[in-house]
Design a protein around this ligand. Structure first.
Ligand code: PEP
Length: 249
């Protein structure tokens, strides 16, 4: 099965109107018309600006999170339907920074996935083990349990993407070797095939964790590695474009 590669930039809590405008101008001017699917995920406050600049370009726009609920007295939250209404296509859910700093559980991630899909957004569901869990030989069981926690029992999962992001490789400069990543991606696909409502063969599994120009091509060579979720390198136009071009090759 040929899956179109997907390269997503997670801008985290970075940017100003000026820097968002400049970075997107560079990306829009240079992103190849034929290549991988590409998306950028700025902060909530920069979404509308990003959507305007990316309109009619191959760049899609997504959010970094959404609420588990539709509307109501939830101060500070943003509903998936609001993001869809704005024009977002993607939403990152269950990122390890949200699990770590905001105490997000698998149950909460599952509720967010359901809310996103109901609103018509495509969820990018992040899973991945910590260094301690890998050293304890628990990487596979942790990832399986996060996948089941987030995806089991969902009514429909159209456009689902899973991001394998080993926590020890995020923002550290450490990258899983292409073999380590491929092994885990194949395992994730197996786990997904056990879940009702998930098309494991068609769904994309992207890798995240210090992806850069120098390691992207080797990672993309893995048959189960369908692209990348990129943090730091997504904030520098040339670095992000090099990853996109590695996926286009
Ligand atoms: C991320 O946080 O999703 C990520 C992969 O970050 P980085 O590329 O900076 O490791």
């Amino acid at each position: 099965m040929l899956r179109q590669l997907l390269v997503v930039g997670n801008w985290k809590m970075h940017g100003s109107r000026a820097s968002v405008g400049a970075l997107l101008a560079d990306l829009v001017a240079a992103v190849p018309a034929v290549g991988p699917d590409v998306a950028i995920c700025p902060t909530f406050v920069h979404l509308e600006q990003a959507l305007q600049i990316c309109d009619a370009s191959p760049l899609a726009v997504g959010a970094q999170d959404c609420s588990h609920t539709n509307a109501g007295a939830y101060t500070g939250e943003v509903a998936a339907a609001m993001l869809a209404d704005l024009g977002c296509h993607w939403v990152i859910l269950g990122h390890s920074e949200r699990r770590q700093y905001h105490g997000e559980s698998d149950e909460l991630v599952a509720a967010k996935v359901a809310a996103a899909v109901t609103a018509g957004l495509c969820p990018i569901v992040c899973v991945g083990e910590t260094q301690e869990q890998r050293e304890a030989g628990e990487a596979h069981s942790v990832v399986r349990s996060q996948l089941r926690g987030a995806l089991q029992g969902q009514a429909q999962l159209t456009g689902l993407v899973v991001a394998y992001e080993p926590v020890w490789a995020i923002g550290t400069g450490l990258t899983a070797t292409p073999q380590q990543a491929q092994d885990m991606h194949a395992f994730i696909r197996d786990c997904m095939s056990e879940l009702d409502g998930v098309d494991a063969t068609a769904s994309r599994i992207v890798y995240g964790g210090s992806v850069k120009a120098g390691n992207a091509a080797d990672l993309f060579a893995g048959p189960d590695i369908d692209g990348a979720l990129v943090g730091g390198a997504a904030l520098v136009a040339n670095a992000f474009l090099a990853i996109i071009n590695a996926a286009a090759a």
